[in-house]
Design a protein around this ligand. Structure first.
Ligand SMILES: [Zn+2]
Length: 215
């Protein structure tokens, strides 16, 4: 059975193949089984050319590189601070999806139109622009996910998506960009689009294994 790193390698191929990002536009991480460290893509790695040697094992508490690729992604602080803020999160996908970033830059809120958008994305928040790779960006993004939000737009840059599994994180980021596409279409039609209802009693915290997951 593939572990989280194998699954992230596959996600890297898919997000590039489907046009969600271009080449090296993002970085991926998953907690180690003991929870104290995470495997994260190395600096300069291309998402569609990942193998196990492309990942660094980094201690979440102090950022020490424990093994693997000697130089973790330049965005490693984003991953470490988010994992510190969210002990329940096991995976972080940071990508540069073009339409989500464009709509946010133009001041448009991404609408959650379909059942899938509402179920997987649940809520979209944003942080203003900070220089990529900085502690400021990492702390701002971590602060807005601390209470359980899983999807953040990093202005003029990308998104940060959290989940407790690789599969759910992948579905979340796909649905985030798909919601941006739907929002874009609605804006072109010039009408306000109603959003899918999200009463909390109907939509418990989305889990990949949840029996109520829509198909
Ligand atoms: Zn980035």
């Amino acid at each position: 059975m593939p572990d989280a790193v194998d699954q992230l390698i596959e996600v890297g191929r898919k997000v590039v193949a489907t046009g969600l990002v271009v080449g090296s536009g993002g970085n991926l991480s998953a907690r180690s089984p003991d929870g104290d460290a995470c495997w994260i893509t190395g600096a300069g790695t291309w998402l569609d050319e990942l193998d196990r040697s492309a990942f660094s094992l980094v201690r979440i508490g102090d950022g020490a590189v424990l093994s693997g690729h000697p130089e973790p992604s330049t965005e490693v602080l984003l991953h470490l601070r988010s994992f510190q803020a969210r002990p329940d999160a096991k995976v972080l996908i940071h990508l540069h999806p073009q339409l989500s970033v464009l709509l946010d830059a133009m001041g448009h809120r991404i609408r959650l139109v379909t059942t899938d958008h509402a179920f997987y994305v649940q809520e979209v928040r944003r942080v203003p622009w900070y220089r990529p790779g900085t502690e400021d960006l990492a702390r701002a993004a971590a602060a807005v996910v601390a209470d359980g939000c899983n999807c953040v737009i990093l202005a003029h840059h990308g998104c940060s998506v959290l989940a407790d599994s690789v599969e759910l994180a992948h579905k979340r980021v796909l649905n985030l960009e798909e919601a941006a596409r739907a929002t874009h279409a609605a804006l072109l039609l010039g009408e306000e689009v109603p959003e899918c209802p999200r009463p909390p009693q109907v939509w418990p915290a989305a889990r990949a294994s949840a029996p109520v997951s829509p198909s």
